[in-house]
Design a binder for this molecule. Structure first.
Ligand SMILES: Cc1cc2nc3c(=O)[nH]c(=O)nc-3n(C[C@H](O)[C@H](O)[C@H](O)COP(=O)(O)OP(=O)(O)OC[C@H]3O[C@@H](n4cnc5c(N)ncnc54)[C@H](O)[C@@H]3O)c2cc1C
Length: 421
């Protein structure tokens, strides 16, 4: 941005520039031209008329913060067919008839959004023999359930599930569609969004709604986790987002709640599906390390210093009945496997207590654990950012602090056993 400047010593006060300025940015003061920078639009009409070349254009620093853009600046009015999309939907993911807990977390979050928009919160249940999941969806707060029960949906395959989702969305037209950022959800959400020609924000850590524009505000880490970006899908419907497990809180379960079920037929021939299910082979390590459901996590970082150092953390985790977690620093050092990694490119966790031992607290680590109920940080550096999110901060060497905590827990257990005798 720039505006016209005046070399006062050259100005002869002929006023020709004042006359040609269409924005009244130039005016006379004591026989010399002055400029009002805010009015100048850099049209340059004044420059050629000055006989003494007293005027010139120069860049100026923008004053104050850049102008803020509201959602209404970006959102164009939806075409009538998209304006008809109403309601918030959550996919209830299941495997072998067992629902994934992220679905209930999303029902809780979807409920808040639906209430703000004054619309219904619905769940989608796909599978074979899934009536019990339909009931459970009501217990967690869904007001309506759209269900397709079909043998072809027994084991997850992208095409039949995409086909089922597309069928429901095209018929009942929800404005918002939420899924878990699990292996299944990540695969399915991309396929569904592509087939519906709408937008998808993956791995959100926060959701909100602009009620005026009915636009979902989808926040997730961006640019390597250095900023949190809020992304919108302004002009397409439904607005789709995936959210990682353990980011949102699970709502209260009320077993007396019920609602309306709408059942649809899949009506898809097996011959049309190119992929066939043969066998499910579980990832053994992923099965063994269950960070997402752990109530206690003892995580170590580069401050642990060596592979053997994780022994003391494992001992504390065992004393608490919990799991061992790690920062990427520790994983990259080769001291623990990736399955233990917490953070942006690892797992998102929400335990009752999270011990961060020798972890500095980089933003990419924090996004994976900052929703823990209680965070205990142990670090020798009192300025480490991990202390900003810690409930309890212990400035000290983890090799002195952790054994002391283990000792206290063991003493406490022995005491409790004696009192119980
Ligand atoms: C795209 C991207 C994705 C990423 N994803 C992740 C992710 O998912 N998870 C993740 O963790 N990181 C991730 N990172 C890396 C992240 O930026 C940090 O580099 C990493 O978390 C640092 O690990 P750290 O805290 O263990 O190590 P450091 O930052 O080196 O911290 C070590 C800490 O240990 C303390 N310490 C040293 N000795 C002791 C002792 N004896 N007792 C107590 N404290 C001690 C030090 O004071 C220091 O604070 C990602 C980075 C990028 C760019």
């Amino acid at each position: 941005m720039g505006y016209v400047h005046i070399k006062k010593e050259k100005c002869i006060g002929c006023e020709q520039c004042v006359v040609v300025c269409p924005f009244e940015a130039l005016f006379m003061v004591k026989g010399k031209v002055e400029v009002e920078p805010e009015k100048c639009r850099e049209c340059r009409k004044c420059l050629p008329v000055c006989p003494t070349e007293a005027l010139y254009l120069e860049r100026r620093e923008r004053r104050g913060p850049p102008p803020e853009h509201g959602i209404s600046d970006i959102v164009v009015e939806l075409p009538p067919e998209l304006g008809r999309y109403k309601g918030v939907w959550v996919l209830v993911e299941q495997e072998d008839g067992k629902p994934h807990s992220v679905s209930w977390e999303l029902i809780g979050e979807g409920m808040k959004i639906a209430q703000k928009l004054d619309v219904e919160l619905s769940a989608i249940v796909l599978g074979e023999g899934v009536e019990h999941i339909v009931e459970e969806a009501f217990h967690y707060g869904a007001e309506k359930v759209y269900a397709i029960d079909d043998p072809m949906l027994n084991n997850y395959r992208t095409y039949p599930y995409t086909f089922a989702m597309r069928k429901l969305v095209n018929k009942y037209k929800p404005e918002i569609l939420l899924m878990g950022a699990t292996s299944l959800g990540r695969d399915l959400a991309g396929a569904v969004a592509t087939s519906l020609k709408t937008g998808l924000t993956a791995d959100c850590t926060k959701l909100d709604i602009d009620t005026g524009a009915r636009v979902l505000l989808q926040t997730r880490p961006a640019f390597g986790g250095n900023i949190m970006a809020t992304i919108i899908c302004a002009n397409h419907r439904p607005q789709m987002a995936t959210v990682r497990p353990r980011v949102m809180a699970k709502p209260y379960k009320d077993d007396s709640k019920t609602g309306k079920v709408i059942t649809e037929k899949l009506a898809l021939e097996e011959e049309k599906v190119k992929t066939k299910f043969i066998e499910f082979i579980a990832d053994e390590i992923a099965e063994v390390v269950n960070l997402e459901d752990a109530e206690y996590i003892v995580a170590g970082g580069r401050g642990v210093g060596c592979k053997d150092g994780f022994g003391v953390l494992r001992e504390l985790a065992e004393a608490l009945g919990g799991e061992v977690g790690a920062s990427r620093g520790a994983v990259e050092s080769g001291w623990v496997t990736y399955e233990h990694q917490v953070g942006q490119t690892g797992k998102t966790v929400r335990p009752k207590v999270y011990f961060a031992c020798g972890i500095s607290g980089a933003i990419q680590h924090l996004v994976g654990m900052q929703n823990s109920d209680v965070i205990v940080a142990i670090n020798t550096d009192e300025t480490a950012p991990i202390f900003n999110v810690a409930t309890y901060g212990i400035i000290g060497d983890l090799y002195k602090v952790v054994p002391e905590i283990i000792k206290q827990i063991k003493n406490h257990k022995t005491q409790a056993m004696k009192e119980g005798e």
